[in-house]
Design a protein. Sequence first.
Length: 325
Amino acid sequence: MDGHIVLTLPTYMDVAAAAKRIEGTANRTPVLTSRTANDEIGAEVFFKCENYQRMGAFKFRGAMNALSKFDERQRAAGVVAFSSGNHAQAIALSAKLLGIPATIIMPLDAPAAKVAATKGYGGNVVTYDRYTEDREAIGRNLADKQGMTLIPPYDHPDVIAGQGTAARELIEEVGPLDALFVCLGGGGLLAGSALATRELAPDCKIYGVEPEAGNDGQQSFRSGSIVHIETPKTIADGAQTQHLGQYTFPIIKRDVTDILTATDDQLIACMRFFAERMKMVVEPTGCLSFAAAREMKAHLKGKRVGVIVSGGNVDMERYSAFLAG
Ligand SMILES: *Cc1c(COP(=O)(O)O)cnc(C)c1O
């Protein structure tokens, strides 16, 4: 991070304000429990099910919060985002609900279902060649020339504050926790969850969980500065980020207990568990948090444990192959 730039980090007050702002548009997602999970872990486990959020993942919270804060000029010029995943759908849907034009920059080879979903929410999709073109340059160009506001998927105070509303709802509903497990890509959900948890359950241990193949967050956390990696090979496509952000990292460094990892095989086992025992569809990335809680069970005996299930958007053919495999 550039030591000369002083960033103003979001705080719990921003999470509380975000909760007000998105109330009524975002779903207050259910907190589910499972006797089988409790018996296995030897703890009381509370699953906050963001797979039941609008558009199928927590990303709606951050997008809706960020877009709700646009002024007149920003609303007229529109929003631009680059993503082939859940952030694209979150921005497109939030923009539609607020009557703001949205341009989403997606790779030419993005899955047809994701392009269709984004267009279905009214997003104007601009494609680029991921091998020859730079999506950030395309996004910046649209932002500069047409006055659009670029909203990144995680490294933005309003996005972080919005994502924090899920953990806030969880603790409001079930009371203080001893440990909270949160998956980690660029760290928007983890940073927001940490802001909410440090305020509402100060003694709670907070664990970020990322794919073993892409443990840049763990390396960054342990070394004290942001580590960049190549795009990791993992089935957890929502966590294939190459580095933490300038806003997310300082919060994670300050407030998080540790960063853990999970293997693809552990994610598949969790996907099966959720399908078989809890009758719910969870995408691979959404399984990271529970996978780590299972590994940590020796330390969780008799505790109250929160697990944020981040999303449920997975192609059905891919999903059935995982379950069959
Ligand atoms: C984006 C995403 C993540 C990672 O979130 P970050 O804020 O980038 O850490 C995890 N799970 C799902 C389902 C996602 O869409």
